[in-house]
Design a protein. Structure first.
Length: 364
């Protein structure tokens, strides 16, 4: 049977990255209760940043869940005032996310990002959006990768958006509302844009598009950590980011940089998706780790975030992207479609876990 001492000893191994003390010594662990094999407690945060709260919550849940005799862990997030309330005239109200008035009817804003190109980020973004739609949600997707706007091709949509009362009507494809610069320019026309132009474009995609009420708005972000990525992060109110990588070390090297960037921007990391995890031969069923194995798990553990899904390498997924029929729709009973549905479920769970963080971190 697990006891209070074992739980607290485990939690002493978690240090607040800002105060460099363990969370038990800081008094963050409160209301510890153990009922048979179920453990519950509250993390009473004080001045921790949103990213630190997310990281500490994830690590505490994982470390206690690994203790012998523990079958279930429930970690609540609370708060403890660190100073007396300010005088009424000096009190600052809770700040809404900058530019939240652009999309007031959108509940969750999700970025799908990667440290480098070629890891299947757009494939993950499109299939995640479709899988969220299949859960009954109302979903939109913005192709924010202005240098490589692939979402229209992957969703099989080549029409131009309409206009109503000087606002843009998003194109609908497979039940998704979608906008992309690829719908507005010739597919062979290169975009040579600097940061301010990208900044302006993203604002227009939020302010001037009639998104209406959405449960999820997914952003397919450009890869890397350059000027475009920073400009986009300044105008998008993000509930969190899904990081996409492949298992090999060269991809992990770049995804670490991307995670570090989002941490500096105080954007919660929802978790890691390991794409192209393995190839399963259709004739023998043998699995081949073409790009290595375990990389997604290592990077998730390193940053104390969940490994949301492992997506296999599959020819039909590629064909579906080329033909505008995402694998989640093209072959809904396939293991690949199942993996994307698992990803959607993991993202929804993660958003529920982070719900106590009412102040959604953004940059502006």
């Amino acid at each position: 049977m697990v006891n209070d001492a074992a739980v607290l000893d485990a939690l002493r191994g978690i240090r607040d990255p800002e105060q460099q003390q363990d969370i038990v010594a800081l008094g963050l662990v409160q209301d510890l209760r153990i009922t048979d094999s179920e453990v519950s407690f509250t993390l009473a945060f004080t001045t921790q940043s949103p990213q630190s709260k997310v990281t500490l919550h994830s690590m505490a849940t994982r470390i206690v869940g690994r203790l012998p005799g523990v079958a279930k862990v429930q970690v609540k997030m609370g708060g403890t005032p660190t100073r007396p309330a300010a005088a009424p005239h000096a009190h600052a109200p809770a700040q809404a996310a900058p530019h939240a008035d652009f999309i007031p009817e959108v509940r969750h804003t999700l970025a799908v990002s990667s440290g480098k190109g070629g890891v299947g980020k757009s494939t993950v973004a499109v299939n995640l959006a479709v899988a969220l739609r299949q859960t009954g949600g109302v979903v939109g997707i913005i192709d924010a990768d202005v240098y490589g706007p692939d979402v229209p091709l992957m969703l099989g949509s080549r029409g131009r958006p309409g206009m109503f009362e000087n606002r843009i009507i998003p194109v609908e494809a497979h039940g998704l509302k979608m906008m992309s610069i690829g719908l507005l320019v010739n597919e062979r026309e290169p975009l040579v844009w600097r940061g301010p132009m990208i900044h302006s474009f993203i604002q227009q995609m939020l302010r001037d598009v009639m998104w209406g009420a959405l449960d999820y708005l997914v952003f397919d972000m450009p890869p890397g950590t350059g000027d475009a990525q920073l400009s986009l992060s300044q105008v998008i109110p993000l509930s969190g980011v899904v990081m996409v990588t492949t298992p090999q070390e060269v991809a992990l090297l770049d995804v670490r940089k991307a995670i570090g960037m989002f941490q500096k921007l105080n954007v919660p990391i929802l978790g890691v998706v390991e794409n192209m995890s393995y190839f399963q031969a259709p004739d023998t069923g043998t699995r081949y780790a073409i790009f290595g194995e375990g990389g997604g798990r290592r990077i998730a553990d390193e940053y104390g975030v969940p490994l949301l899904a492992q997506i296999p390498l599959d020819q039909e997924t590629r064909v579906g992207g080329d033909e505008g029929s995402p694998i989640t729709l093209r072959r809904p009973d396939s293991p690949q479609a199942g993996a994307f549905r698992e990803l959607a479920a993991a993202v929804r769970k993660r958003l529920d876990e982070l719900a106590p963080l009412r102040s959604l971190p953004t940059i502006g």
